[in-house]
Ligand binder design. Structure first.
Ligand code: PHE
Ligand code: ZN
Length: 881
């Protein structure tokens, strides 16, 4: 049994590498079980390192076949090598060459790190520390090298051979059935950006000319026969390239940009230089197989990986503590891209829903950590919502603080000053200090401590003086008693009973509110608006200007005013969400006050729909979609009873469905596409579908029989996956024959479509009924299910643990047991995926006592299992600490 905690890596212990590797030549002879890798490394002592230090190369699960130093076998006592490393005790004090030959078995590589095979395709995944599973190396992001890669394989098995950079040579190996390709990447890069691919793949491509006049060939490679599903991804690459030029002045820098889709992938996608490798879920799309959500995700992730070419690759990270430097920034960039491609207001709502669903709970639980962590035991467990999403919010706040023009200048400065280097968060902020002359050291505190800040706001109106005073007080739960106040940009405005008070005529004004932003820099502060004609409703944190929880002074009447009149769409949506949250939490807490309030809410939503539904269906769909059960749990915070939360949400949906029934039915009619309309995945068409389907959900909640009929008809007539799946999702909530029949018909129709069956697995995993645990156990034996494929596991078990709160948190512990068993079953083959699945237990301490005890014992059962991976041990240790 492993009882010791894994060794900890600390930011404060960082020191530069003692050696550098200027050039890497790799010769990779691919074979299913006996791949040979010969690495020729041009090494030298690092002037910034310790003179005379031993050379310690990382390795993981490697078999060393041969080693030469400057053409000679080193003396046996000069070297120590095993599966996990290679040490030269007294390396030369001058430049030297190491030639290392290793043997790999890509077919046996179930961890999907290093070189592995996915459906027969050879591919690699090296971030964060997978390159050491290919050859011995200084596998750290601050060692940058120029790579030349020769890839050789049997031509039949792998007609396509791809590497980083540009192709330089290709040919056959005389007298064999093998061929090879040589790739050269002129730009120095860390090992985590290395990639190669070999396999039988179809290709779609289009040319692009950069603003610098470079002719680039963009190509997307997919499984044979699926080329028609790659068009949208290809188009998204092209739009990303063009957008990064106009929005950030960043041009692409190689002759080729390749994207390869593989079906076994631990994460979403990977930004390897010139050769992005993707989970095929985020590439393949057709109207018949992909939902609007899938199209949006493909667009966003394609953009994300492409944007890494500058924010991540040209400027990389000095060490893994700086992960947010590339990830937070690149998420911010992809969010901006999607906002420009779609509706900015609707996209902002989606961003905040996601932040609240994933990052807020993380930050309130045992796995909370700073955006820039100070220590880690397993870096793969730090690809988190905090690093990514809160990291993006910090960049957004920075832009709000300094303004768009200075922000763009600062970004230019950052890229110019750090191009070709491995940088830190300090380097990033320095660029903005340089262009603005501002001191950002206090703003930098956002990176340092965990916890979601709270801002309490109170307002008071003085009719005689015509002034309105807003007072703010910030606190930092979870950040420690000595945490200093944060710099918090607060977007705000005043709204009157008939509309914005910040209109053009004699608007209210306040010193220290510039461009609608007040900056709270101290624990408490206040701002006074002058020239306020009537008691206003404050619109606070417009566009969600900071990732905080707001203790708001608004009552529901004030919120209804915002829902009607706030020029800030985000806060209109937020007003409706807050009212709904209040009504539902009142029911959970067994307060009776909710009834009249709910009726007012229904009336207000009716009026809202009359005014907005056809004008902006995507936005209206967001307003109709109530806060999730998770949002409610997060709001309630302690002693959580998921059954009570479920009942409250179901009851409010029923009320809305009953009260709005006629409107929802006629909206469904009005929004139906005329027959024969060609499918478009664009935001407008997706918005219409979203509103129709939000209406279906509420109608079915109120009247399951009518809902069933509507859903069946919708499935029968559907011309796209969005509508078909929404129909199935509505049916899935109504127990009975109709549901089971629809589920089997769907499975039959898509029997050969793994990515579509993932949706089918997920819908069943989310059924909020007692039978679901059994159903999932049955589905784990379905021929289309495989524990070796991360997408399958996430669809069936991940959806269950993250999106089925009543069943995962069954009081008898059966849900926890199912997930715990899956974690343990997976840990031996793919610890990264096992560890991620286990994070679903994160909120366990906030549950009511019976469930808390059951969750804790499941966690302890996992933690006590002998031979656990470092990944799972780390999550277990921190979850139970
Ligand atoms: N760097 C990838 C991204 O954010 C994520 C990733 C991390 C992929 C680790 C694989 C392994 O785009
Ligand atoms: Zn990324």
């Amino acid at each position: 049994m492993r009882t010791e905690t894994p060794p900890t890596v600390r930011l404060e212990d960082y020191r530069p590498s003692d050696h550098l590797i200027d050039r890497v030549e790799l010769d990779v002879r691919l074979d299913p079980h006996d791949t040979r890798v010969t690495a020729t490394l041009a090494l030298r002592p690092n002037p910034a390192g310790r003179a005379g230090a031993p050379l310690v190369l990382d390795g993981d699960d490697l078999t060393l076949l041969a080693l030469e130093l400057d053409g000679q076998a080193p003396a046996p006592d000069a070297v120590r090598a095993d599966a996990s490393g290679l040490t030269l005790h007294r390396p030369p004090q001058r430049p030297f060459t190491l030639r290392i030959e290793t043997r790999l078995d890509p077919t046996a590589n179930t961890r999907l790190m290093g070189l592995y095979r996915s459906n027969g395709v050879y591919c690699t995944q090296c971030e964060a520390d997978g390159f050491r599973r290919i050859t011995y190396f200084l596998d750290r992001p601050d060692v940058l090298s120029v790579y030349t890669t020769r890839i050789e394989a049997e031509r039949e098995a792998a007609p396509v051979l791809l590497g980083n950079g540009n192709p330089v040579e290709a040919g056959t190996v005389p007298g064999t059935d093998r061929h090879y390709a040589v790739w050269h990447d002129p730009l120095p890069k860390p090992a985590y950006l290395f990639a190669l691919v070999g396999g039988r793949l179809d290709r779609v491509a289009k040319p692009f000319t950069t603003m610098e006049g470079r002719a680039v060939e963009i190509a997307v490679y997919v499984e044979p026969g699926k080329a028609d599903r790659a068009a949208y991804a290809l188009d998204a690459v092209e739009r990303s390239m063009a957008w990064d030029e106009t929005a950030f002045g960043r041009a692409y820098d190689l002759d080729l940009f390749n994207v390869v889709a593989v079906s076994d992938f631990n994460m979403g996608a990977m930004e390897n230089k010139g050769l992005n490798i993707f989970n095929d879920k985020y590439v393949l799309a057709s109207p018949e197989t992909a939902t609007d959500g899938d199209y949006a995700a493909i667009e966003a992730i394609i953009a994300h990986e492409y944007f890494h070419n500058w924010s991540g690759n040209r400027v990389t990270c000095r060490d893994w503590f700086q992960l947010c430097l590339k990830e937070g920034l690149t998420v911010f960039r992809d969010q901006e891209f999607s906002s420009d491609m779609r509706s900015r207001a609707v996209h902002r709502i989606a961003e905040v829903r996601n932040l609240r669903a994933r990052q807020f709970p993380e930050d309130a639980g045992p796995l909370a950590h700073p955006v820039r962590p100070k220590q880690y035991a397993e870096i793969n467990n730090f690809y988190t919502a905090t690093v990514y999403e809160k990291g993006a919010e910090i960049v957004r706040m920075l832009r709000t603080l300094i303004g768009e023009t200075a922000f763009r200048a600062g970004m230019d400065r950052y890229f110019a000053d750090n191009d070709g280097t491995a940088a830190t968060v300090e380097d990033f902020l320095k660029a903005f200090e340089a262009v603005t002359g501002r001191d950002l050291s206090r703003f930098a505190e956002w990176y340092e401590r965990p916890g979601t800040p709270r801002v309490a706001v109170s307002g008071s109106y003085d009719p005689a003086a015509r002034t309105y005073r807003l007072a703010f007080r910030q606190t930092r739960p979870g950040a420690g008693a000595d945490a200093p106040p944060l710099v918090i940009p607060i977007g705000l405005g005043l709204v009157g009973p008939d509309g914005p008070l910040d209109g053009p005529l004699a608007p209210p004004f306040a010193e220290r509110v510039e461009d609608g932003v007040f900056v709270l820099e101290t624990a408490e502060d206040a701002v006074t608006f002058e020239n306020v004609a009537a008691e206003p409703v404050p619109s606070l944190f417009r566009a969600f200007s900071a990732p905080v929880r707001v203790e708001s002074p608004l009552d529901d009447a004030a919120r209804l005013t915002l829902l009607r009149h706030d020029p800030d769409s985000f806060n209109r949506w937020e007003a409706a969400q807050r009212i709904a949250l209040g009504l539902m939490t009142a029911q959970v807490r067994d307060e009776t006050a909710g009834d009249a309030g709910a009726d007012d809410f229904v009336v207000a939503l009716g009026a809202f729909l009359d005014a907005e539904a056809l004008r902006d269906p995507a936005f209206a769909a967001q307003v109709l979609a109530l806060p999730s059960e998770g949002d409610l749990a997060d709001e309630i915070g302690t002693e959580i009873d998921p059954d009570a939360i479920f009942a409250a949400r179901r009851d409010l949906r029923r009320r809305l469905g009953t009260g709005l029934r006629e409107r929802l039915l006629s909206l469904r009619e009005a929004l139906a596409e005329p027959e024969g309309t060609p499918f478009s995945p664009d935001a407008a068409a997706a918005g219409r579908r979203a509103l129709r389907n939000a209406a279906l959900d509420l109608i079915a909640a109120a009247d399951p029989e009518a809902g069933t009929a509507l859903a069946q008809a919708q499935i029968a007539q559907a011309t796209n996956m969005t509508d078909r799946l929404a129909g199935l999702a509505a049916l899935a909530l109504v127990p009975g024959e109709a549901r089971e029949a629809a589920l089997s018909a769907f499975a039959e129709r898509y029997a050969n479509e793994p990515l579509v069956l993932d949706k089918w697995f997920a819908i069943q995993a989310m059924i909020p009924e007692d039978g679901t645990v059994e159903r999932i156990r049955r589905l784990q034996g379905h021929p289309a299910f495989a524990n070796t494929n991360p997408n399958r596991v996430r669809s069936l078990v991940g959806s269950f643990s993250l999106a089925n709160p009543t069943q995962f948190n069954r009081a008898d512990g059966a849900g926890y047991a199912l997930v715990a068993e899956t974690v343990l079953a997976l840990d031996g083959t793919n610890p990264q995926v096992a560890a991620r699945l286990m994070t679903a237990f994160g909120p366990w301490r906030r549950l009511e006592p019976v469930r808390r005890a059951a969750a804790e014992s499941a966690l302890r059962r996992i933690a006590a299992t002998p031979g656990l991976s470092r990944d799972v041990t780390d999550i277990g240790t921190r979850s139970l600490a």
